[in-house]
Design a protein around this ligand. Structure first.
Ligand SMILES: Nc1nc2c(ncn2[C@@H]2O[C@H](COP(=O)(O)OP(=O)(O)OP(=O)(O)O)[C@@H](O)[C@H]2O)c(=O)[nH]1
Ligand SMILES: [Mg+2]
Length: 520
């Protein structure tokens, strides 16, 4: 099975990130990782290893893990000499900031294609960089299932240690959520800090959360993640550092002894309780705001989609393409909610939501359930997908999985295939054919946006009661509400007031009742 795989790589299109074809890259055995991590990894390639991967189909790694399958994956490890690894004392419970700096990625690939595995590692690299770290190398191991002890098989874990040393890395990031014991065991082998994908994502959210509620939600998720992992968070590292770190010399250098763990646990539990109380309060506040919007019957459109799909860009595009209405009705609109107008002048709200990511940590799904309630309540969901991504369909299903998780499947969904300016037209067509409701756009160039706006106008619930009213001039407030919330069919100014024929929603119809001239 290694032969076809190798061929496939050799004939691959030029790699997007590195700008070089796989076959051009030095160190054939290493190219698997280089292709995944792009230019930087390529620059670090060690040509000495090239010979090892292409012998008779068996190489020295066979001894380590019986269930490794392919030479390509087995050889995805390399050394760069001359850099040293500094051991860092991570004995203090450190969850707010992971301080990722120089990281090596590690991933076990069990099912799916080689391409899926690469995409996953590439996404992990992007996440690590988003968190502010420098990605030095990636290690991909083909294995039937992750090792319950050390995630990677023991042989691979030992090699990972070599890579860490050679690269001068201070952190290993695993592409999964590790069991607490796995993390500790792997940390014992590689002797630097090991974190998992969940902790990484939590860290990114912590860095990006802006609103008070968002910050509280992320902190809650972090604490919930941390709680079962308290024991041994950094414990192995304190063993590494020997007596010095474990010897209790002041706050910063003490190991988490039993008492300290208990203390931390109690502190964390009470903090969790406090956050939950605060969040409940904020939720009430937000519910009130939302029901105020609802009671004005302003239809709402939610924008959701995979992270980096272009949701915010599209929001800007749509709100600027439509007429931006003064923020008079909802003085306390969340920053993620904007007002916009359909092409035929009806007002609606546009809600930008938090980006989705494959295997969103469950602590965060829980935490963001409330945020995603905006989607549940929406009249229309614009599901934005990046058409230029290597696996847009994978992103679509990852987003749908989360939406199903928060019971947001009843909302009518229009798939917006974004970045049409970059995407392969065939891929765009494929998605358009697969999806029942889909529009291709480029939020950047504006291509397709008028069509999308038309879809929004068509899909939003329309006011359906025809009224004809004569509104006295001192009721300018009602005149403007009719303009904002209803469809104006005719308007004339007469001696006693404004004569309006309009199609309105039931609420407004009730308020207009005293001024009815005639019903059309
Ligand atoms: N070429 C191209 N780039 C786009 C397009 N739309 C968005 N982008 C770019 O894609 C990147 C992500 O866009 P955002 O709007 O921040 O994406 P997002 O979905 O809001 O991302 P998160 O908030 O992180 O979930 C930015 O660099 C945009 O400039 C597009 O139509 N074409
Ligand atoms: Mg955004």
């Amino acid at each position: 099975m290694s032969e076809p795989l190798r061929d496939q790589h050799a004939t691959d299109e030029p790699d997007e990130t590195s700008g070089a074809t796989a076959s051009e890259q030095p160190g054939g055995a290493d190219r698997h990782v280089e292709r995944v991590l792009g230019r930087r990894a390529q620059a670090l390639a060690d040509p000495d290893r090239a010979s090892e991967g292409y012998g008779d189909g068996h190489d020295r790694y066979d001894d380590y893990d019986g269930d490794q399958l392919d030479r390509e994956e087995r050889s995805a490890l390399r050394r760069v000499a001359g850099l040293s690894t500094e051991l860092e004392d991570v004995t203090e419970v450190e969850y707010r900031r992971l301080r990722l700096e120089r990281v090596v990625l590690a991933s076990v690939w069990s099912d799916g294609t080689a391409e899926d595995a690469e995409n996953s590692l590439r996404e992990l690299a992007a996440l690590a960089e988003t968190a502010g770290s420098h990605v030095l190398a990636g290690v991909l191991q083909r294995r039937q299932r992750p090792d319950p002890g050390t995630y990677l098989g023991s042989g691979k874990a030992a090699e990972l240690r070599d890579v860490v040393l050679a690269e001068g890395a201070d952190t290993v990031v695993c592409d999964t959520e590790l069991a607490p014991s796995q993390r500790r065991a792997l940390e014992d082998v590689v002797k630097v800090k090991v974190i998992d994908r969940t902790a990484l994502i939590l860290d990114i959210f912590a860095q990006h959360a802006k609103s008070k509620e968002g910050k509280a939600q992320v902190e809650l998720a972090q604490l919930q993640y941390l709680l079962p992992r308290l024991r041994g968070w950094g414990e192995s590292m304190s063993r590494q550092a020997g007596g010095q770190a474990a010897g209790g010399q002041g706050m910063g250098s003490r190991g988490p002894g039993e008492t300290k763990i208990e203390l931390d646990r109690r502190r964390i539990n009470s903090r969790i309780a406090k956050l939950k109380r605060e969040l409940a309060g904020m939720k009430t506040h937000r519910d009130t705001r939302r029901s105020a919007r609802r009671s004005h019957q302003v239809p709402s459109v939610a924008i959701a989609g995979y992270t980096n799909a272009g949701k915010s860009t599209l929001l800007n595009r749509l709100t600027h393409a439509g007429v931006l209405v003064d923020n008079q009705l909802f003085a306390t609109l969340d920053t993620t909610v904007r007002r916009a107008e359909t092409t035929d002048g009806r007002e609606y709200t546009l809600v930008d939501t938090v980006g989705f990511v494959r295997a969103l940590p469950h602590q965060l799904v829980e935490a963001f359930r409330s945020t995603l309630e905006e989607v549940v309540d929406a009249d229309l969901l614009l599901h934005v997908v990046d058409g230029s991504h290597p696996d847009p369909e994978g992103q679509i299903s990852a987003v749908r999985a989360v939406l199903a998780d928060v019971d947001a499947t009843d909302v009518k969904e229009v798939v917006v295939v974004n970045k049409a300016d970059l995407a392969d037209p065939e891929v765009v067509d494929r998605i358009l054919r697969q999806e029942r409701y889909a529009v291709a756009v480029s939020a950047r160039t504006g291509e397709g946006v008028p069509e999308l706006m038309q879809v929004v106008a068509d899909e939003l619930p329309r006011p359906d009661i025809d009224v004809e009213v004569l509104l006295p001039y001192d009721r300018g407030d009602l005149v403007s509400r009719v303009h904002d919330e209803a469809e104006v069919l005719a308007e004339t100014y007469e001696g006693e007031g404004t004569h309006l024929r309009a199609r309105v929603h039931p609420d407004l119809a009730a308020e207009l009742d005293p001024f009815l001239a005639a019903t059309a």
